[in-house]
Design a protein around this ligand. Sequence first.
Ligand code: IMP
Length: 427
Amino acid sequence: MSMDILVGLQWGDEGKGKFIDHICSQYDLVARFNGGANAGHSIYYNNQKVTLKLLPSGVFYPNTLNVIGTGVVVNPIQLKQEIEQLIALDASLAVEKRLLLSAKAHLVLPTYPYFDRYYEEHPQFRTIGTTKNGIAPAYANKILRHNLRVGEVYRAAFPIELQAIVARQYIELQQLGCELPLLEDMMAEFLSAIEFLKSLAIIDTELYVNQALKEGKKVLAEGAQATMLDIDHGTYPYVTSSNTIAGGACTGLGVSPKNIGEIFGVTKAYTTRVGEGIFPTELVGVEADELRIKGGEFGSNTKRPRRVGWLDIPALKYAVMVNGVTQLIVTKGDILSDREEVPICIQYEVNGKKQAYFDVNQQEEDIQPVYQMMQGWRGDFTLIQDESQVPTAFLAYIHFLEQQVEVAVTYLSTGPNREEIIELKRK
Ligand code: IMP
């Protein structure tokens, strides 16, 4: 059996959580492979909106096992809070018993969010617009080989080594002028979360996942953030610190590229971005405000207003290429309804030359998006049960998109609720 992968194709917040929730019951195992608590997947459970940051989306399905893989950076305090929140919501979900943590995943130490905030706010450093969860400091310390891993928590020397690292970093933060809680309080909260972590299954998840595949189990690798935020292939430096693309699932979970099946890519019918960085089709002013409000485009993690703009085909083509997407999922077409026309960026003009692909090295001021006007659509998307009820003009928009990126759209999300998603029969 091969592993399927799901990734975001834009700058995050494409609605991956909702699609995963839709297909999750088909999988025995759902595995996160990158990022940490910087993600924010909102899912409705028993009519309540629940935001998952670190836990894989399979937690709501009693028969699905959930893996936090090696490529993830784990904040134990956040993980404890998230699990406790789910236990309070529905203890019968037994989330804590269906979770496997990679012993090789790296820990987000309690000092890292403070470093993140310092770099964000200090004028000497670039403002990236991070979630201030300490994600970049965690990956940086991993690469420096200064960090501690989840599996080390059982070692007798762990508390001593942790204390030494945190105390050293605490002094550094003090020298930088950061406002901090007492070191004792910081350590006490972290160590209590570490005790909780020890009650979970900490294992070699790559052995487990590969064995599961051998036994014919269905595995879904769940990507966090999105293609354009990939540390290598995204719009550096305004990116996150991990490999968000499909290839990241192989390294993050220790699964060979020869064992990959479907690669699902999720895109909105328009584009959004949080944080700084290039955004060629960005809208500003009243039009942007209207789209932002209609689409509820405010961060589920940080609540920040998202930047909004039209669909960008050159960027999407690039994302489809670097991920090898085999199926496209389009969300939020309903948000664009009731317009006479919907612009779609089909190419760029860069220094007078037409260009079909997004080039991450180009400067925004050199890029002139070229738009094609598509006929707008109307209608109540909440009534859509199947493809025959999708407004014709919206289907034309979808067909146009398929032709442009040369991948079939297999699912449409038709509204915010859990059940508002339809499958298109065109594989
Ligand atoms: P970091 O991942 O917190 O270091 O933030 C780096 C960049 O990635 C910032 O622009 C964040 O807004 C963005 N980012 C991180 N996680 C997400 C996400 O889940 N959705 C959308 N943007 C994200």
